[in-house]
Design a protein around this ligand. Structure first.
Ligand code: SF4
Length: 242
């Protein structure tokens, strides 16, 4: 197994923060929230240790129910299978901003500073999501130079991919090297501000952005919080861990 690593500095865009906090597209942060965000913006760099680990795996075959990798791993998800059906390999990643933000949030809650805690927690969620988006885009650019392209990304626990499949994803990594632990009982990650997932690599350049095939376009699950718009951007009200 060859595990590779990247350090990517996350950005916290105000519109992403407004969406995660407000639940509606186009919402603007109130001036008091903006002030609190500015205060934490000056401190958050010291709380974040960004880290992305990833492995590339050849795809052996894809059937209607899921994706077989070159080893014994089978990711069970019809929607991932349909998205990755023409892919030659899959990139599996685990990204985190480490424990700093959540420890600070706990401290704020202990001091009953609930508003600060909520805002900082949301900033941490936006940061890790932004870091993964940057990673995905950088990999897309890298593959484009090789005449290849990438698919949308998927995370265990979203779409039709069960959270229990997280174990299969983590088994592809050297547990000693990766900066994130998996809680056996719940399959949740520690640090909490972490995102894991996969995306496929197509052996040709499809000439479009990442959203070449988007299963959301033909999905009737109207209440899905992970729904993505036509351009592949998450169109939900809470994109904290997707
Ligand atoms: S709306 Fe999209 S993310 Fe949600 S279940 Fe359907 S295909 Fe999956």
């Amino acid at each position: 197994m060859v595990m590779e690593e990247k350090t990517i500095t996350p950005k916290i865009a105000p519109d992403e923060l407004a969406r995660i906090m407000g639940g509606r597209k186009g919402r603007i942060l109130s001036s008091s929230v903006r002030k609190t965000v500015e205060t934490w913006n000056e401190k958050i760099d010291d709380l974040i240790e960004p880290h992305v680990s990833y492995v590339k795996k050849p795809i052996r075959s894809v059937d209607r129910g899921g994706v077989h990798l070159g080893d014994d791993t089978y990711f069970k998800s019809p929607k991932i299978a349909k998205t990755l059906k023409d892919c030659s390999e899959v990139v599996c990643f685990i990204a985190t901003i480490d424990h700093g933000v959540e420890e600070e949030v706990h401290g704020l809650m202990d001091e009953n500073r609930l508003s600060d805690a909520y805002i900082l927690d949301s900033m941490g969620s936006v940061a890790v999501e932004n870091m993964v988006n940057q990673f995905h885009e950088r990999m897309e650019k890298k593959y484009k130079k090789e005449g290849k392209s990438v698919t949308l990304r998927f995370s265990p626990g979203y779409c039709d991919w069960q959270i229990s499949e997280q174990k299969k994803l983590f088994n592809l990594f050297d547990q000693e090297e990766v900066a994130v632990e998996l809680r056996d009982d719940s399959c949740l990650m520690a640090p909490r501000k972490s995102v894991s997932g996969v995306f496929g690599v197509l052996p040709y350049d499809h000439g479009e952005s990442i959203a070449f095939y988007n299963p959301c376009g033909e999905c009737g699950n109207i209440h899905c919080i992970a729904r993505r718009a036509e351009n592949g951007i998450n169109d939900n009200q809470d994109k904290s861990t997707h």
